[in-house]
Ligand binder design. Structure first.
Ligand code: FES
Length: 142
């Protein structure tokens, strides 16, 4: 089985789709496309994320060139929340896991709404303005 076939199969099993050129991350499934993968870019203060990136999931993180990862949560009403994945405790990168956000450095936990559930962090995740425009999520990062 070729690497690409493996990643597609493995990600399909755990419910993640793999879009060419985009790295999705979650603790249980991290397609590491290495140098071949391209991160999303900031253009005119916005990051445009294809809605299809969610697949069957409602919470994930995406890599962005030159910036911290962005956490995305698709709500039942179709709106999307976006968060800076920089942990407010000491700046580690927060990950999506089990429907929440988790900091692997010291164990802080944040809800899917970005609220602090467990320290040592003392504040919520920084939230970005995000809106769904056609088939993309537009995240304002500046
Ligand atoms: S840096 Fe995230 S809990 Fe310490």
């Amino acid at each position: 089985m070729k690497r690409k076939e493996f990643l597609t199969t493995a990600c399909g099993v755990c419910g993640f789709g793999f879009l060419a050129g985009v790295i999705l991350t979650q603790e249980s499934c991290t397609p590491k496309a290495g140098a071949a993968a391209t991160k999303l870019s900031v253009e005119e203060g916005k990051v445009l994320v294809p809605l299809e990136i969610f697949g069957a999931n409602n919470i994930l993180t995406v890599k962005v060139k030159g910036r911290e990862d962005i956490g995305l949560v698709k709500k039942e009403d179709g709106t999307v929340l976006a968060f800076d994945m920089t942990c407010p405790h000491q700046g580690a990168t927060v990950k999506a896991r089990d429907g929440k956000f988790f900091c692997p450095a010291h164990g802080s936990v944040f809800s899917a709404e970005g609220k602090l559930e467990k320290g040592p962090a003392r504040t919520a995740l920084k939230q970005y303005k995000a809106s769904v425009v056609a088939d993309k999520v537009e995240v304002l990062v500046s």
